[in-house]
Design a protein around this ligand. Structure first.
Ligand code: SF4
Ligand SMILES: [Zn+2]
Length: 120
């Protein structure tokens, strides 16, 4: 559960407004759009990746106190994300292997049938 940027009480991650102090926590009243807020004396742009790489075209730059696109330059998304690919194992692995090597399997079956017919 995140903290309210204003009163620092715990708030629901989906909350649009802080139930304690009424601060706006989400942009456009939508729980899926985060609204980043600067502290009283700082500007968000000072630590934003898009300000650093000069790709931001927002008019409030470089003095944004609130922003929907803020990206912390010290912790950009994807930096600490790790994707773990896990083999399904067992029957699913065998099925996947057969699907990948279906041409080889068909050739082996044809050769096997041919040998069986030739020897019988
Ligand atoms: S995205 Fe927002 S916080 Fe980042 S530089 Fe632009 S206006 Fe500033
Ligand atoms: Zn609050």
């Amino acid at each position: 559960m995140p903290n309210c940027f204003q009163c620092h009480n715990l708030v629901d991650a989906e909350a649009v407004r802080c139930p304690h102090c009424g601060a706006t926590l989400k942009a456009f009243g939508h729980p899926g759009i985060p609204l980043y807020q600067a502290t009283k004396e700082d500007y968000l742009c000072d630590t934003c990746l898009y300000h650093e790489d000069d790709s931001c075209t927002f008019p409030q730059r470089p003095y944004a106190k609130t922003c929907t696109l803020y990206c912390d330059r010290d912790n950009p998304p994807g930096q600490n994300d790790t994707v773990v690919y896990k083999s399904p194992g067992g029957w699913l692995s065998l099925k996947a292997w057969c699907y990948r090597n279906r041409t080889l399997l068909i050739l082996l079956i044809i050769v096997g049938i041919s040998l069986w017919l030739a020897l019988s």
